[in-house]
Design a binder for this molecule. Structure first.
Ligand SMILES: Cc1cc2nc3c(=O)[nH]c(=O)nc-3n(C[C@H](O)[C@H](O)[C@H](O)COP(=O)(O)O)c2cc1C
Length: 314
């Protein structure tokens, strides 16, 4: 897939996931083959006003590239300023979040609320494009609710404002994160624009992604929840239900990357949330998840996992 001048070697892309897609997890997914990785959403205000926790979210390194950093906000001027700041970082894409349904984001007019204010959305895209030195992508939903499925027109507007690609989470705001994903809308978007279209929503394994591309014509596939505790999803050659050994190897590498790259205060909570997911659907997994959440230090978490490995997968 080609996004403006950027070549993406594998059309399987890690979605932005607040609380999860930090540098360590992005690197891990890259190592398992993800063609492009997205950061968590980053507040344009936090960036412009240099808030410490926002600045920490900008950590990146050469090995994870190509990488996209995602901005959210509802003021074109501040979004433009934030894009100018981000442009000084060694990144490949700036993405604009126009799909988040979370209350605290939409009550300020950002995220998927921008699908109700397309004129403001257009101003934001133009401001970000104008101030960005890298291609700008926009992540949208199919619309606000099922009475207003507007993704095709909205994506065309984004293209006209200078967006280099759109990612479509094939649900409305009113769906939240459940309910059927509406693949035909991805197909409509693909017909409406000339820029690449990335399909998103309930891709649960590599083959689902291949099917989404075949059925909708989308150029790439973005995977979110199904990559948590399963970074091998980006590989065409790894069994989607891998052995315990392979799971533990992935988790071991994940913890190494966390130790190497994540330094902020939330590291233990984040590590527990990530580690617990590797034990979904395996014998003894539920007890192990409880034990993980009970740990009080990163070293304790590592020891717990090491002793599980010794007994379950010698
Ligand atoms: C915990 C969580 C955090 C998310 N954070 C973001 C975010 O920061 N920015 C964004 O555009 N979408 C965010 N999303 C939406 C995902 O990127 C994705 O569109 C959605 O989960 C559907 O894809 P999936 O079925 O592959 O998970 C988040 C979703 C979840 C579950």
């Amino acid at each position: 897939m080609q996004i403006a001048s950027l070549s993406i070697k594998n059309p399987f892309i890690l979605a932005p996931l607040a609380g999860f897609t930090d540098l360590a997890f992005r690197l891990l997914c890259k190592e398992y083959g993800a063609g492009l990785v997205y950061s968590e959403m980053i507040s344009c205000h936090g960036l412009v006003f240099k808030q410490q926790n926002t600045i920490e979210m900008l950590d990146t390194c050469a090995d994870e590239r190509p990488v996209a950093m995602q901005l959210f906000g509802a003021e074109a001027k501040i979004m433009g300023e934030a894009a100018a700041i981000l442009s000084d970082y060694p990144i490949d894409i700036i993405d604009i979040n126009m799909g988040c349904p979370v209350k605290k984001v939409i009550k300020k007019g950002s995220g998927s609320a921008l699908m109700k204010t397309p004129q403001l959305a257009a101003e934001i895209i133009k401001a970000v494009v104008k101030n960005s030195s890298v291609p700008v992508t926009v992540k949208i939903r199919t619309g606000w609710n099922h009475q207003q499925i507007i993704a095709a027109d909205f994506a065309k507007m984004a293209e006209d404002c200078g967006a280099a690609a759109v990612a479509v989470h094939a649900r409305t705001w009113s769906d939240g994160f459940s309910g059927l994903v509406d693949w035909p809308v991805i197909k409509e978007v693909k017909k409406a624009v000339n820029i690449p279209v990335i399909g998103n929503g309930d891709v649960l394994c590599y083959d689902d992604g291949i099917k989404m591309m075949a059925e909708t014509g989308c150029d790439g596939v973005m995977i979110g929840r199904a990559a948590l505790g399963a970074p091998w999803i980006f590989s065409s050659t790894i069994n989607p239900q891998p052995s315990i050994n392979l799971r533990l190897r992935a988790l071991h590498r994940h913890l190494q990357l966390i130790e190497q790259y994540i330094t902020d205060r939330s590291v233990l909570a984040r590590s527990k949330n990530q580690a617990a997911r590797y034990f979904k659907g395996i014998p003894g997994g539920s007890a192990m998840r409880q034990n993980i959440y009970a740990t009080k230090a990163f070293s304790e978490l590592k020891n717990l996992i090491a002793s599980f490995a010794e007994t379950s997968a010698p």
